[in-house]
Design a protein around this ligand. Structure first.
Ligand SMILES: Nc1ncnc2c1ncn2[C@@H]1O[C@H](COP(=O)(O)OP(=O)(O)OP(=O)(O)O)[C@@H](O)[C@H]1O
Ligand SMILES: [Mg+2]
Ligand SMILES: [Mg+2]
Length: 468
């Protein structure tokens, strides 16, 4: 299929990790709780209740705005977006419309391409509908109702599904650095993906709840729209629904219904001034961001770009690496953390949270390796054993006999092997090269496998030649 011009824009919903909800004091830590236990009259939307804005959400929104290079509003306001659906108890969602908290930002992709951010707005999450397979009924769970969300809307600057996925990962990376978001929580990032090709109508795909899902949904849409175009059929402007299991999109409600939101100003929340003081404080609390950290790691620790990328992927790994590098040679630490440790954890389907090796212990392993106290194989063995069974490097070295031996111990073993095997020595002098291998084998036996075969080979040859 020939390449066609593809236009993609995302609306990304991020759950903020505040302790309480957006307009009430219900706890946000609802995921492990029974349905409808994190609710109150406010987040259930009962008549007569009034929303009270969580100040922390405003601060987090300002921080996100700065981190995504936006202009921060001096004054913002909330609107009611009206629609009828059982997940929305009060019949409207409190969101922002013409005065969002931030606008006109940008995010840079790997290849330096800039994706403009149109706006960032604060809004409340609706509840959740649950359809148990064992039941004829649909249930509503309002634990999620009133969770604080940031909606980040991009301009249609993306051109491939891969770019969309990269952008989502970037957003996750940045917001996790700010510690205002936890991307590992189920459903904490959801997005609507808008896509159109060559002047066709745009499809807005809803219900995407993962990075991979976004790429898959867009890929499906791209193929579908290209096929229509090829057959000279019209691509309609419509809302579609992504089915995560089947990895396809289906037409859902029509545009007319959807755009009948009848937005009007939220009368129960006053206009909010975002003061200079709050802005300053948010700026002050802004940590070093992933791109800056990556550049600094490359310069300061003299590590490769790939290693720096891997080590700055999450703030936890970056801190882990820096803590380790304090106690050992940063270059070797980078290799052993980025390549070996992360690989071993991945292989075990584990994350840094399940990493049983402290930075100090990691440094100890790297130091021993650099000082030739253990071999690379030994170091890998220590890491694997610690991940699987715990323990300290020293204990495992002892248990598994991983300490390399000193050179004079190897010399001693060579001397012994030569004395005990005059036949092999004779064979060697008579031109039988294989005799060396036999002697290496003997040295390995005497040293219980600790001598390095290559080195031993060289040392034996040298000794035999000197005594010829
Ligand atoms: N032609 C297009 N092709 C693909 N994406 C587009 C196109 N035009 C706009 N978009 C993207 O659509 C997204 C939403 O657009 P817009 O702000 O118009 O809101 P909406 O979808 O109409 O309304 P709502 O907020 O209710 O979903 C933005 O991310 C924008 O980049
Ligand atoms: Mg929207
Ligand atoms: Mg939209």
């Amino acid at each position: 299929m020939t390449e066609v011009d593809t236009t993609i824009g995302l609306e990304v919903h991020i759950q903020l990790n505040t302790e309480t909800k957006l307009f009430c004091s219900c706890s946000t830590n609802y995921r492990e709780s029974p349905p409808n236990t994190h609710t109150c009259p406010t987040c259930l939307g009962l008549p007569g209740t009034l929303p009270k804005l969580n100040k922390k959400v405003v601060k987090y929104g300002v921080m996100a705005g700065y981190a995504l290079n936006c202009e921060i509003a001096n004054e913002m306001h909330f609107h009611r977006k009206n629609y009828f659906y059982p997940d929305l108890a009060k019949g409207f969602q409190i969101t922002q419309y013409d005065k969002p908290i931030a606008k006109n930002g940008e995010i840079k992709l790997k290849n330096d391409k800039k994706i403009r951010i149109r706006r960032i707005q604060i809004e409340e999450d609706p509840g959740r509908l649950v359809h148990p397979i064992s039941s004829r009924y649909t249930y509503t769970d309002y634990n999620r109702s009133g969770m604080p969300l940031l909606e980040i809307v991009t301009e249609p600057d993306l051109s491939t599904p891969q770019e969309a996925r990269e952008l989502l990962n970037k957003i996750r990376e940045i917001l996790e650095y700010l510690q205002i978001f936890d991307g590992s929580l189920e459903g904490s990032l959801r997005c609507d993906a808008n896509i159109s090709i060559e002047g066709g109508g745009r499809a807005e795909v809803k219900n995407i709840s993962s990075y991979k899902g976004a790429e898959k949904a867009l890929q499906y849409e791209l193929t579908r729209q290209k096929n229509l175009l090829r057959r000279n059929k019209e691509v309609k402007r419509e809302t579609r629904h992504f089915n995560e299991e089947q990895e396809i999109t289906r037409s859902s409600r029509s545009k007319e219904e959807e755009h009948n939101y009848r937005y009007f100003p939220e009368p129960d929340i006053p206009n909010i001034h975002i003061t200079k003081k709050l802005k300053q404080q948010a700026k002050q609390d802004l940590p070093e961001l992933p791109d800056e950290k990556r550049e600094r790691f490359i310069k300061q620790y003299k590590i490769t770009t790939d290693q720096a990328k891997s080590l700055t992927q999450t703030i936890k790994w970056a801190n882990y690496y820096e803590e380790t590098a304090k106690h050992t040679k940063p270059e070797t630490a980078a290799t052993w953390i980025a390549d070996v440790l992360k690989g071993e954890l991945n292989y075990r389907d584990k994350t840094i949270h399940q990493n049983k090796i402290t930075p100090k212990q990691m440094a100890e392993i790297v130091n021993k390796l650099n000082n030739d106290k253990i071999t690379e194989k030994g170091a890998t063995k220590i890491i694997r054993t610690m991940l699987d069974n715990g323990g300290t490097p020293q204990e495992i070295i002892k248990q598994k006999n991983l300490e390399t031996i000193e050179k004079d111990q190897v010399q001693q073993a060579i001397k012994q092997a030569i004395e005990e095997n005059p036949e092999a020595v004779k064979d060697y002098h008579n031109g039988k090269q294989e005799a060396i291998n036999y002697l290496v084998g003997q040295v390995m036996k005497i040293t219980k496998g600790k001598a390095k075969p290559d080195e031993t080979n060289k040392l034996i040859t040298k000794t035999l030649e000197e005594n010829a």
